[in-house]
Write a protein that binds this ligand. Structure first.
Ligand code: GDP
Ligand code: MG
Length: 682
C-alpha cells in the first residue's frame, strides 16, 4: 500500500464495526495523562506523539478487520455515534486532516473506517480507499492528494448503496499516510436521522439505529458519543443509545461540539456536563470546536482551525477556566489513543482465545461438510459408490441391532432395532392375551356340548377329541393374523423412516442422488410389503394345518399335566387347611374325567402354547428377513446401479447451499488462521 517507510509504526489500533464510527488513535506517551497546552505542542501532538506499543496494536486490529474477521469475532473498536449533523465527521476531519464529504442530510451513508498512519517524512501524503460495491466487487484506489478524498468517498458510497440516498452497513476503508496525521483508526458512522428525505428508505432511522446498535452493543467497542452542546443534550439520541447499551457509562466518552454556537447563558450548563455533574459518564467529556460552514467557505484549513480552536477556548469567558485536558481536538486524539491502547491490551487475551475457539469450531464445521465435491463424472461416480457403501454399511449395522455412533447422524436412527423388538414383544403379549382360558367354565361347557353333539358310537371315554382341539386351535391362530400383519407394518414403517433419514444424511451432498435414493426406498417398500404380507399370510395357512412333532407336543403336554397336578394339590391343601380350622378332615378328591374333557383341555392348552411360541418366533423372523435383509439388499443393488452409471452421475450436482456453506467456511477458516498467526506475533 505504498506506506512511507519512515512512518511511525507504533500507534494504537482501535477497531470499529461497520455500523459506527471507530477511531484508532495514536497514543500519548505510554498511557500517561497528557495535556497539550501550547500551539506548538498541540500541533505536534497530532503528528508526532507515539507510543512504541501502539502502532503494532493498531496494525494488528486493522489487519484482522481487513481479513474480514469482524464478521466472526467482535474486534476492539472505537465507534463514533452522534445525531445527524452533530459534528462527527468534522471531529474526524480535524483529527485526520482529511476533508470528508459534506452537505446536508445523511452525508455519511456507509461506515467509514479511517486508518491514519503517521509518517516521519514531512512531504509524505498518500491515501488509499478500499470497498466492495453492491455487486460485491472489490475496489481499491490510490489517492495522491487529500483534496480528492471527499469525492472518492462519495463515489464509493454511491457504488456501495446503488443509489444516491441509500445506506449500507458495509465498510469503506480509507487509509491515509501523512506527516500530519496521528496513528489512529477511525470509523465514521451514519448519523442518527430522524426522518427520511425523499428517495431514502422510509425506515432509515431504524436501519441506522440497528447498525449503530450492532457496534455499541458489543463490550469490545468504546463509544465516542458526539453531542452538539448547543442543543438540549437530554434529547440527543446518541446519548440515549449509549446509555441503553452502556448503562454504567464505562465505555462511553462524550465529545461536545459547536461551543461557538452556544446561546449566551447556556455555558454554565455545558460546564456542568463537562465536569461530569450531569449525564455522568465514567470516561467523562471533552469539548471541541471544529470548522463551521462559514469557516469552510472562507477557506480555513484544518491546521488553521486547530489554532482558532485553541484561541477560542483560551479566551472564552466560561471555558477558559476549564482544565486544559477537557478541551481541544489534540487532547481528544491523545485521550482516544490512551483509551484505545488500554482497551486493546485488555482485550488481547480474550481475542486470542476467541480466535482459537472459533478456529476449532470452524474446523469441526469443515469436517462435517466433508471433502470437496467431485468435479468429473468419474469422480462423482467414485464418490457416489463410497456414499452408497456408507449408507448400506450403516443400514446393515442398524438392522443387525448394533449402534451407529457417528455424530453426523441423529441419535434417532439407533432406535430401529429396539423399536422392532418392542413390536415383536407386543405380538407375544397379544398372543398370550388372545389365548382362550382353558380353566374357564364356559369353555369347558362349550367343549363338552360340542363333544356330545359330535358323538357317534364311541364309548364315553373315547370321544373324537382331536378334531375339536384342532378347530379350537385354528380359531385361536386365526385371531393372531391381524396382530402379526400389524407388527410387520409397524416395523416396516419405522425402517423406512430411518432409511430415509440415513439416505438424506449420507447423500446430502447430492440432493438429486438423495432424491433418487428415496424413490428407490419407496419402490422397495411396496415390493417388500407385498412379499412379506404374502409370506405372513402363507404362514397362517400353514398354521391352519395344526401340527406338532410328538416330542414337542408330548413335552408341552407333560408340562401342562405337571402344572395341573401341582395346582390341584395346592388347591386340596388350601381346602384342608380351611377345614382343619373347623376340625374337619377332608380327603383329596380328584375330579373325574369320564369323557376326557380334562384331557382335551390340557391338549388344547399345550397346543396353544406351541402355536403361540412358534408364531412369535417365526413372524419376527419373516419380518426381519424381508425388511432388514432382502429390502436392504434390494436397495443396495439399485443404488449401486445408479452410482455405477457415469452418465447419470454426470448430472448430479452438489447442493448449492452446501457448496456455499463450504466456501464460506473455508474462507472463515483462512482468515481465522491468518488472524491466529498475527496474534501469535504479538
Ligand atoms: P455529522 O453529520 O455529525 O458528521 O456532522 P458534520 O461534521 O457534517 O457537521 C455538521 C455541520 O456542523 C457542518 O456544517 C459543520 O461545518 C458544522 N460544525 C461541526 N462542528 C462545528 C463546530 O464546532 N462549530 C460550528 N460552528 N459548526 C460546526
Ligand atoms: Mg458525517
Amino acid at each position: 500500500m505504498g506506506r512511507n517507510k519512515k512512518m511511525n509504526r507504533h500507534s494504537i489500533p482501535t477497531t470499529a464495526s461497520p455500523d459506527n464510527t471507530v477511531v484508532y488513535s495514536r497514543a500519548g506517551n505510554a498511557g500517561e495523562r497528557m495535556t497539550i497546552v501550547s500551539t506548538e505542542e498541540r500541533t505536534k501532538a497530532l503528528t508526532s506523539s507515539f507510543d512504541a506499543e501502539v502502532r503494532p496494536l493498531i496494525d494488528l486490529v486493522d489487519k484482522l478487520r481487513g481479513y474480514g474477521l469482524d464478521s466472526d469475532i467482535n474486534l476492539p473498536a472505537v465507534a463514533v455515534i452522534g445525531d445527524q449533523s452533530a459534528g462527527k465527521s468534522s471531529v474526524l476531519e480535524a483529527i485526520s486532516g482529511v476533508q470528508l464529504p459534506r452537505g446536508t442530510g445523511i452525508v455519511t451513508r456507509c461506515p467509514l473506517e479511517m486508518r491514519m498512519k503517521h509518517s516521519e517524512d514531512e512531504d509524505m501524503w498518500e491515501g488509499k480507499i478500499m470497498y466492495k460495491d453492491v455487486h460485491d466487487m472489490d475496489h481499491e484506489e490510490i489517492m495522491l492528494n487529500r483534496e480528492s478524498v471527499g469525492e472518492l468517498v462519495r463515489k464509493a458510497q454511491k457504488e456501495m448503496t446503488d443509489s444516491a440516498k441509500g445506506i449500507s452497513d458495509k465498510l469503506i476503508t480509507l487509509e491515509v499516510t501523512s506527516s500530519d496525521v496521528p496513528d489512529l483508526t477511525v470509523i465514521d458512522l451514519p448519523g442518527i436521522a430522524r426522518n427520511a428525505v425523499e428517495g431514502q428508505p422510509f425506515d432509515i432511522e431504524a436501519r441506522i439505529k440497528s447498525m449503530i446498535r450492532k457496534y455499541i452493543g458489543r463490550q469490545e467497542t468504546i463509544i465516542l458519543a458526539v453531542l452538539q452542546c448547543n442543543v438540549d443534550i437530554a434529547t440527543c439520541e446518541a446519548l440515549k443509545m449509549a446509555k441503553e447499551f452502556d448503562d454504567e457509562g464505562g465505555r462511553t466518552l462524550g465529545v461536545l461540539t459547536k461551543p461557538d454556537l452556544l446561546d449566551k447563558g447556556a455555558e454554565t450548563g455545558v460546564v456542568r456536563i463537562l465536569n461530569n455533574m450531569e449525564f455522568t459518564l465514567s470516561k467523562g467529556y471533552i469539548i471541541v470546536k471544529c470548522r463551521g460552514q462559514e469557516a469552510i467557505s472562507d477557506g480555513q484549513s484544518l491546521k488553521q482551525a486547530l489554532e482558532v480552536e485553541e484561541d477560542f477556548f483560551k479566551s472564552h469567558r466560561h471555558f477558559g477556566s476549564l482544565r486544559p485536558s477537557q478541551w481541544g481536538i489534540p487532547n481528544l486524539s491523545t485521550r482516544l489513543s490512551r483509551e484505545l491502547k488500554k482497551h486493546i491490551k485488555k482485550l488481547l487475551p480474550d481475542l486470542k482465545e476467541d480466535v482459537r475457539s472459533k478456529l476449532l469450531e470452524t474446523e469441526r464445521d469443515l469436517h462435517e461438510l466433508g471433502e470437496d465435491p467431485p468435479a468429473t463424472a468419474s469422480e462423482k461416480r467414485q464418490m457416489a459408490l463410497r456414499m452408497v457403501t456408507e449408507f448400506i454399511n450403516i443400514a446393515t449395522t442398524l438392522t443387525n441391532g448394533k449402534r451407529c455412533d457417528d455424530p453426523k447422524f441423529p441419535q434417532q436412527i439407533n432406535t430401529l432395532f429396539s423399536f422392532a423388538r418392542r413390536s415383536f414383544t407386543e405380538l407375544h403379549t397379544t398372543a398370550a392375551q388372545e389365548q382362550p382360558d382353558t380353566k374357564d367354565r364356559t369353555l369347558k361347557t362349550e367343549l363338552q356340548q360340542r363333544m356330545e353333539a359330535s358323538r357317534g358310537r364311541e364309548f364315553c371315554n373315547f370321544l373324537g377329541k382331536f378334531e375339536l382341539v384342532e378347530s379350537y386351535a385354528r380359531e385361536y391362530v386365526l385371531k393372531l393374523e391381524k396382530p402379526a400383519l400389524r407388527c410387520f407394518d409397524e416395523v416396516h414403517s419405522k425402517t423406512i423412516e430411518i432409511l430415509k433419514i440415513l439416505a438424506e444424511k449420507c447423500f446430502e451432498k447430492f440432493p438429486d442422488f438423495a432424491d433418487r435414493a428415496k424413490e428407490i426406498i419407496i419402490k422397495t417398500r411396496k415390493a417388500t410389503q407385498n412379499d412379506c404380507k404374502e409370506e405372513i399370510q402363507r404362514y397362517f395357512k400353514m398354521e391352519n394345518l395344526v401340527y406338532s412333532q410328538d416330542q414337542t407336543y408330548g413335552g408341552e403336554l407333560r408340562n401342562e399335566e405337571e402344572k395341573r397336578r401341582k395346582e390341584e394339590e395346592e388347591e386340596a391343601e388350601r381346602k384342608n387347611k380351611a377345614a382343619s380350622k373347623y376340625n374337619v378332615q377332608l380327603g383329596y378328591v380328584k375330579d373325574e374325567d369320564v369323557n376326557g374333557i380334562g384331557k382335551a383341555l390340557l391338549s388344547l392348552k399345550s397346543y396353544y402354547q406351541i402355536a403361540a411360541q412358534r408364531l412369535c418366533d417365526v413372524i419376527p423372523m419373516i419380518i426381519q428377513l424381508h425388511v432388514f435383509k432382502e429390502q436392504v439388499e434390494d436397495i443396495r443393488t439399485q443404488l449401486m446401479d445408479i452410482a455405477s452409471d457415469e452418465k447419470t452421475m454426470d448430472h448430479m450436482e452438489e447442493d448449492a447451499y452446501m457448496a456455499y456453506k463450504r466456501s464460506e467456511c473455508k474462507s472463515r477458516h483462512e482468515r481465522l488462521q491468518l488472524a491466529e498467526e498475527e496474534l501469535d506475533k504479538i
